[in-house]
Ligand binder design. Sequence first.
Ligand SMILES: [Mg+2]
Length: 376
Amino acid sequence: MRHDIPSEPGAAAVPDATTGSSRPAGGAPRPVALPEDAAPGVDRGSTAEASVGGLGEGELLARIIAMLGAPQGVLVGPGDDAAVLSEAGPLVLSMDTLVEGHDFRTVRPNGFRTSGFDVGWKSAAQNLSDINAMGGTPTSLVVSLTLPPITPVAWVEDCARGLAAAIRELRAVGCSVVGGDLGRGSELVITAAVTGALHGLAPVLRSGARPGHVLAVAGTLGRAAAGLAILEDGRPVTEFGASAADLIAAQLRPRPPLTAGPAAAAGGASAMLDISDGLVRDAGRIAAASGVHLDLDPVVLGTYADPLREVALVLDLDPMEWILGGGEDHGLLATFPQDSLLPPGFTAVGSVRPGKPLVTLASQATALRGWDHFAH
Ligand SMILES: [Mg+2]
């Protein structure tokens, strides 16, 4: 069953759940709520606030719509059985799902609650990132929410705010939520599909890396993994130093570099993907698709690890594990022909060599493999 989200023109002001006030679209990012001032999350034991089970579907939809901006650039927006887009060229299409208990926890060991805002943001960000990884520009999102009846209405409203905020703050200009679906289920699931345009550029695939090409990254590495390690540890956030809040934000609200993908496509990238499961694992995907050996430079990667050393010390870990194995920053990994000028935002981190598909660190094998959705 499909319930398209009708439009509400002029819904540009975004209510802030922290203060209850409204702030204009494009305002300063809302800080991540640490346990001391945690925003309301899903509390299975609480009946103090209205749950979706006590609210009609139409009313819930109306509340969600109030959080989303007016759809942009569509021939038929929300309110009919399907949206109609006007795409002048090839359509890039992708989809991603977040499942409670697998992709996010509503309550962490240290008491931290994942807000609806965070889940909505992450859903949008990881979908926008997949369009970026092809060299495209996102144009629309459709979002399906599966909700246990006890889910607080406030959590769902916050989720819609997070979707809209990610689109706005990541500067996915021209992209909006154009439709969706609401359903009931035993666990929280958010699935989004995203479309994108290439604006005359060829899509950048995983299969074009050739020996002699330069391996480069855009965006951050390891920060989301460090944030997750803090959240999964039982100790108070305050024990992890001044950078802890930013690292937690990197985990909960990743910021994929959305201008870097089209810049890479325009700049002649020969292969690309977004780093969603870990640098080594995702590099292995380019190596396999292109039939090449990728060698990573530990000296350059060490500069990404340095800001994480304070937190790593508390956890008695080597921060290079986060650089090589952590993926949820949604940066880009790309290859460029030898001697090409790297587009803005890209840093060379290795080289493409002939040989069997393989990823090495300074020519040495690495045991770090990153995230496998079916092995955990
Ligand atoms: Mg991807």
